[in-house]
Structures are given as structure tokens and as C-alpha cells.
Design a protein around this ligand. Structure first.
Ligand code: SF4
Ligand code: SF4
Length: 394
């Protein structure tokens, strides 16, 4: 089974976010739309090899700018299920700036229960400074709120994704402030991700003390979620939910920092395959279908044979051209002796942005992982017990 497949429907974007790692949506390439023909060919190739995809997620640019590709991909997935190529319909999702929603988009989201991840950076003043309209430099927050009100009672869920920058920090906005700010909307999730920016970027945190303060705020937010859990309230903070998920899952140690190239693949707008959308247009991370890997459509054990693990006998995708191996925990002596290595997750795409050419875990990522995991391992059982006993945490 493939965990997540992202499909980049377009490299155009209508916003000009000040921290965009994707260079305005184009990932350093030409701004192009994905054609429905290419999308369906790629989807079919992936479906035949994996037979099951947990999540298909549309991304961009701004994916809503290419509604025909989204619509044709959803219909193709249905066809693949009808033909018995896919065992079940994947969950479908889209990451959007939610500024361009029409009735036709809403109808599609409704039909396929498309879960939206809405990129929004918090209070209006901060958001409008960070995520302006590309052409008119206009404000976008009001538009997003208007569209959120429109979809609030619809048949699909939405989550928020905040990119936390130095601007938030300078306005003394903590992670807990943002969780409180978004909670009244009752979203399915609130991901608050510290912007991955190259050294010297004005929205980054070059200063060690500032990085440490933000890290403390992230760990405080984990404590806040545990306190809320003890009184029966679930705060859907992305980092908190992800960490509980890894702690509860009983996966064997593989050395992977994240799912890129193993259970995560990406189709780019020009029809290429990568281990993650964050590597789009980077030749050294391009993959290709393995033409020797066509698992039987009738056998029951074929998903095992179709894993993309480069060591397996019949990988579904293989290295293409000058492929460069992604960093692994087995490459770093400090990981080999680290107690958190079983559970720690670090985005290798972010590593590559922060240290181009020699991606490696940064001290703050390690400390965030270890401190958050420690808190969850120590306090989760207590919070759950207090919840069942009905005793609030002081
Ligand atoms: S926390 Fe840091 S040192 Fe420990 S396993 Fe993760 S990346 Fe390696
Ligand atoms: S590189 Fe980052 S975005 Fe891509 S799969 Fe890994 S964690 Fe997710």
C-alpha cells in the first residue's frame, strides 16, 4: 500500500507568500498545469503497482486553479476501483489557500469528501503581511474567512496549516495563542510549522536565543494539549497528534527520517515522480516506474512485492538518472545512540532547504523531537487516567 500520493495540479499560484519555498508555486520550473491525460496515466501506473493508496492529496501552486485535473483524477480513481485495479477508493484531500472557491469546487469536494488543508497564518494583520495576492499585493484573509464560512457546514472537513515566522515571534504570538485562535473553528487539525528558510532570510530565526524560545513554545503547546486532554478536550495540534501516532504505532525501526520515497510519492505538474513534492524539479531526486514490477492483479500478497523500498526485490519505483539517496538515521552517529531514534520524525525536505547539499538534522529539530516525546511518554498515560477518573489537571 502507498501511504500518500501528492498530485501537483498546477505550478501557478495566485498568492505571493513571502516565505514560499516553492518559488511562487513553480518549484524553480515553468508555471504549467498538469494535463488530465498525464495525470490519469500516472495514476494508473501507480494504482497497478500499489493496488491501494491511503491518501491522494492535491497540491500546487494553488491546486484549485486546475479544477479539470482534480475532477478527472477523482473520476479516474473511481474507475480504477471499479476495474478492480485499486482495492478501495483512497481518501482525497487538497492543500489550498482557499481564496478561489467556486460552486463547482464545492460540488467536487462534497462528492468526493475532499478534506481541505487551508493555509492561513493566524490573525488578519500577520496573515495579510505574509500571504498577499501576487498581482495586486492585496489582502487575502477576509476572502479566506468568507470561504470558510461558506464551507463550515459542508460534507467535508478542513484543517489549518500555519507557517510560523519571525513576524509571529516579533508580535509575541506563541504556538498556544495560535491553537486558541483557531480552535473555535473546530478544525480537524492545526499544523503549525516553523518556516524552513535558508540562513539569512528575514523571516527566519538566525538567532540561537530566538530559536530556543520558539522551541520552548512548541513544547509548551504539547503540555497544553496534554492538560486539555485530561479534561476531555482534544486540541488537534499537528505535532501533538503526529507524535501520539508514532508512539502508539508499533512500526519497526527503519532508519527513515520521514515517509519520503517509502510510503510517500509525488506526481509533479510535468508528470514526473519524486519521493516527495518538496523535491520537485530536483533531478537528483527523480524516480521512475520499475517496468519489471507489475504485480498480479489477482494475487493477494502482491502489495508486499510492490513496496518502493530500494532494497526489495521488485520495487515499484526505482532511482532515475543521478539519483541521490536521502539521508537516514543510520548515517549519523548521534542518531545511532539516541533514545528517540525509534520515534523521531524530521522532514528531509526541510533539512535540504536549511542545509543545501548536506542535509542533516539540526540541533533544534532533535531537541524538539526529544523534549516533546519525553513529555508525551511521561504524561500521556497520566492525562488519560485523569480523563477516565474525571480529575482535572491543576
Ligand atoms: S532526535 Fe536527532 S539525534 Fe535523535 S534520532 Fe532523531 S535526528 Fe537523530
Ligand atoms: S520530506 Fe517532508 S513533506 Fe515530504 S514526506 Fe518527508 S516529512 Fe513529508
Amino acid at each position: 500500500m502507498l501511504g500518500r500520493l501528492t498530485i501537483n495540479t498546477t505550478q501557478f499560484c495566485n498568492l505571493g507568500c513571502l516565505y514560499c519555498y516553492a518559488e511562487g508555486g513553480s518549484y524553480g520550473g515553468k508555471p504549467i498545469h498538469l494535463s488530465s491525460k498525464t495525470a490519469i496515466e500516472m495514476l494508473t501506473g501507480i494504482a497497478m503497482r500499489y493496488r491501494e493508496i491511503n491518501l491522494v492529496q492535491f497540491i500546487g501552486g494553488e491546486p484549485l486553479l486546475n479544477l479539470p485535473a482534480m475532477r478527472d483524477c477523482c473520476a479516474a480513481l473511481e474507475n480504477l476501483v471499479d476495474q478492480g485495479i485499486l482495492r478501495r477508493m483512497p481518501n482525497i484531500a487538497a492543500v489550498t489557500n482557499l481564496t478561489l472557491v467556486t460552486d463547482r469546487h464545492v460540488a467536487l469536494f462534497d462528492k468526493y469528501h475532499v478534506n481541505l488543508t487551508v493555509s492561513i497564518d493566524g490573525p488578519e494583520k500577520i496573515h495579510d503581511l505574509l500571504r498577499p495576492n501576487k498581482k495586486k499585493q492585496g489582502r487575502t484573509h477576509t476572502k479566506i474567512i468568507r470561504n470558510l464560512l461558506r464551507i463550515k457546514n459542508a460534507n467535508f472537513s478542513y484543517a489549518f496549516e500555519v507557517t510560523y515566522t519571525r513576524l509571529h515571534f516579533e508580535h509575541h504570538i506563541t504556538i498556544i495563542d495560535l491553537l486558541r485562535h483557531f480552535s473555535p473553528w473546530k478544525p480537524a487539525g492545526i499544523a503549525i510549522v516553523v518556516a524552513a528558510l535558508p540562513d539569512g532570510h528575514p523571516l527566519g530565526f538566525a538567532d540561537h536565543d530566538k530559536i530556543r524560545t520558539v522551541l520552548d513554545w512548541q513544547v509548551d503547546a504539547i503540555g497544553y494539549c496534554l492538560n486539555q486532554l485530561a479534561i476531555g478536550r482534544i486540541v488537534p495540534y499537528g505535532l501533538f497528534l503526529d507524535m501520539i501516532h508514532v508512539v502508539m504505532s508499533e512500526k519497526e525501526f527503519t532508519g527513515d527520517f520521514c515517509p519520503a520515497e517509502t510510503s510517500n510519492l509525488a506526481i509533479s505538474a510535468d508528470g514526473k515522480i519524486y519521493g516527495c513534492h518538496m523535491f520537485t524539479n530536483q533531478e537528483e531526486h527523480e524516480l521512475a516506474f520499475n517496468n519489471n514490477s507489475f504485480p498480479s492483479l489477482h494475487g493477494e500478497d502482491d502489495t508486499e512485492r510492490a513496496t518502493p523500498d530500494f532494497l526489495s526485490e521488485t520495487p515499484a519505483v526505482i532511482a532515475h538518472g543521478k539519483h541521490r539517496k536521502l539521508p537516514s538515521k543510520t548515517d549519523f552517529p548521534e542518531c545511532v545512540d539516541c533514545w528517540a531514534r525509534q520515534w523521531c520524525r524530521i522532514c528531509v525536505g526541510n533539512m535540504a532547504i536549511r542545509s543545501p547539499g548536506s542535509p542533516a538534522p539540526s540541533w533544534d529539530s532533535c531537541e524538539l523531537n526529544r523534549r516533546s516525546l519525553q513529555l508525551i511518554l511521561q504524561r500521556l498515560p497520566r492525562s488519560l487516567k485523569e480523563l477516565s477518573d474525571g480529575v482535572p489537571v491543576s
